[in-house]
Design a protein around this ligand. Structure first.
Ligand SMILES: C[S@@+](CC[C@H](N)C(=O)[O-])C[C@H]1O[C@@H](n2cnc3c(N)ncnc32)[C@H](O)[C@@H]1O
Length: 244
């Protein structure tokens, strides 16, 4: 099986040779950072439609984590275009973090469409180092479709724990690797390298639930789900929340 995966991977990589060439020349990363927000803006419309009820379920308890100030301070990690804004409760104070500055103009549009929120700031940074955010200052951190792309999941989750106040929560919804016995898992393995290059560092084969189980949260509520998405490769999902 490993040999078949290797041969098919090689074939796919040959077909994607122009992309690898641009990457070798140091141009692909720049192109990807520019085109990815446009792709994501379109993808989000489809994703939010197909996942509407699951997102509503995921975010239904956000208010329970409002801190002593009486306002819910929420940090969206890997905010992208602001796909989750419409699910947040009124008056919620939103801070956005994303390493790709090209998302800013999409964020501005989402903010204009979600006047029920109080937007704080957009920090251009990777989640592995959010030194601009004070320790224990956030009630809820949200992360959707991000753990598949980050360089270091363990470090991200340590940072999440640092910025959360005690009793604060981390809400997540992530696509993950399928069960190893499935055809979908086989194709995830084959397509992973090209997918990674094409979709700005996204991985199809991450078992992100393991990092969440190992992180230092006091409570973890995590569910596996075959999401009702048209793209089979990203159907296996995990979602839920963890409390600091
Ligand atoms: C697939 S998009 C998801 C965007 C948004 N959360 C959503 O649900 O539509 C992945 C996002 O993670 C961001 N990202 C990648 N690496 C990151 C990191 N190390 N820390 C924080 N965000 C990261 C990307 O720039 C991108 O905005």
């Amino acid at each position: 099986m490993a040999l078949t995966v290797f041969i098919l991977r090689l074939a796919v990589c040959i077909l994607a040779f122009p992309m690898y060439l641009l990457d070798f020349l140091g141009l692909w990363n720049w192109i990807c950072k520019q085109w990815f927000p446009y792709f994501l803006a379109r993808f989000t419309v489809m994703y939010n439609k197909q996942m509407e009820s699951k997102k509503q379920e995921l975010f239904s308890n956000l208010r329970e984590f409002t801190g002593p100030s009486g306002k819910l301070s929420l940090l969206e990690l890997g905010c992208g275009t602001g796909a989750n804004f419409k699910f947040y409760p009124s008056g919620c104070q939103v801070t956005c973090v994303d390493p790709n500055p090209s998302f800013e103009k999409f964020l501005i549009k989402s903010i204009a469409q979600n006047r029920h929120l109080q937007f704080e700031r957009f920090i251009v940074a990777a989640g592995e180092n959010m030194h601009q955010v004070a320790t224990g200052s956030i009630d809820v951190v949200v992360c959707t479709l991000v753990l598949c792309s980050v360089k270091n999941q363990e470090q991200i989750l340590q940072e999440v724990c640092r910025v959360l106040r005690p009793g604060g929560a981390f809400h997540f919804m992530e696509h993950v690797a399928d069960k190893p016995s499935t055809w979908n898992y086989f194709w995830q393995q084959v397509l992973d390298p090209v997918w990674h290059l094409l979709f700005d560092g996204c991985n199809l084969t991450r078992e992100s639930w393991k990092a969440l189980e190992q992180a230092r949260f006091s409570k973890l509520k995590l569910q596996h789900l075959q999401a009702p998405l048209s793209w089979e490769l990203v159907r296996p999902h995990i979602y839920g929340y963890a409390v600091k």
